[in-house]
Design a protein around this ligand. Structure first.
Ligand code: PLP
Length: 347
């Protein structure tokens, strides 16, 4: 697995290794509530750099590597209006001297005005990306086909990365990410007893982590918090299929179906829809640890972690690593969530 991974074209984008640090104050608070809470660590993939950081920087190292190897000159990708992946793709393109074309779908019913102007959308513009807006009803496959044809007709050489950068190539970023984390845990001792908890959406993060786990034949287990799809069974099947394709690139064993674990109680009304548990998690981690999560992904994943601890579901786990996948710019797009609900922090 390792030598195959080293042979893949890769364009350095992320600050690596990202820090791994305890969340002692958050744990104390949970213990003071009377919960059985294992030691909590946080892996700071919000600190990958790349114009605001986040998990897509790891995937984009392999995606941009492949784009350059194929002599492409513009990255094309897709996502929601507030896609962190689109913003990091715009930044990666700039850093690699490529163009970026972002086909963003108006798929989330969030009424706040900033959702359509601020957050990641503002950063996409500053980073010089071309942004195409597609209505919710759009046939995205057809729309993207037209965009690719238009770019080709204009003499460009487009490289397409799917939503979330979750092709098998992109998922390699989290094969490498798992190896990095496992090395850090080994240094601290107790890697075998660890559970990694993270937000799961397009599945590349979880697939990559699971491929590394299967390839090593052990190490930290992985639990995704579903922030994306009501149909959890279909999502599990897609992650498993993506993991098999990713393992195929490395001639490495695919994960067993039973290894693909998702918890589904923290999605709320759907992708991008705020929940009370998310608001609590964002405020709590900000105020106990000084760490900013986001409303769409890491906030809901942390709500899952807190909920599992409070249910006693993690009492037998040796330690938990919360993988902070980034997304902080979206806080500004969802400003109303935090400004209106709680004036307490303003004195
Ligand atoms: C994309 C994203 C995720 C989910 O990662 P997938 O690989 O798409 O499952 C989690 N958190 C943040 C902040 C993201 O932008």
């Amino acid at each position: 697995m390792l030598d195959q991974l080293d042979r893949r074209p890769r364009f350095a984008l992320a600050h690596r290794p990202t820090p791994l640090a305890p969340m002692a104050r958050l744990r104390s608070l949970l213990l003071s509530e009377g919960c059985a809470c294992p030691p909590l660590l946080i892996k700071r993939d919000d600190c990958t750099g790349l114009a605001g950081g986040g998990n897509k920087a790891r995937k984009l190292e392999f995606l941009v590597g492949e784009a350059l190897a194929q002599d492409c000159d513009v990255l094309v990708t897709t996502g929601a209006l507030q896609s962190n992946h689109a913003r990091q793709t715009a930044a990666a393109a700039a850093a690699a001297g490529l163009g970026a074309c972002l086909v963003l779908r108006d798929a989330v019913d969030y009424p706040g005005a900033a959702y359509r102007t601020s957050g990641n959308l503002l950063l996409d513009d500053i980073l010089g990306a071309e942004v195409e807006l597609a209505p919710r009803s759009a046939d995205m496959t057809a729309h993207i086909d037209r965009t690719m044809e238009r770019l080709t007709a204009a003499g460009r050489r487009p490289y397409f990365a799917p939503a979330g950068g979750s092709s098998a190539c992109g998922a390699l970023g989290y094969v490498a990410g798992y190896l990095e984390l496992a090395g850090q845990l080994d240094e601290r001792g107790g890697a075998e007893e660890t559970l990694i908890i993270h937000a799961s959406s397009s599945g590349g993060t979880q697939a990559g982590l699971l491929v590394a786990h299967a390839g090593l034949g052990g190490g930290p287990k992985v639990l995704g918090v579903n922030v994306y799809r009501k149909d959890a069974e279909a999502m599990t099947a897609e992650i498993l299929a993506l993991a098999a394709r990713t393992a195929g690139l490395l001639a490495s064993p695919a994960p067993e179906p039973a290894e693909v674990r998702l918890v589904n109680d923290w999605l709320g009304d759907g992708y991008g829809a705020p929940t009370a548990e998310m608001r609590e998690a964002v405020a709590l981690v900000a105020r106990t640890e000084g760490i900013l999560l986001d409303p769409v992904y890491a906030g809901k994943a942390m709500a899952g972690l807190l909920g599992l601890v409070r249910r006693g579901a993690l009492a037998d786990v040796g330690q938990v690593v919360f993988l902070h996948t980034g997304g902080m710019p979206a806080l500004f797009a969802y400003a109303e969530e935090f400004a209106a609900s709680d004036g307490a922090g303003r004195g």
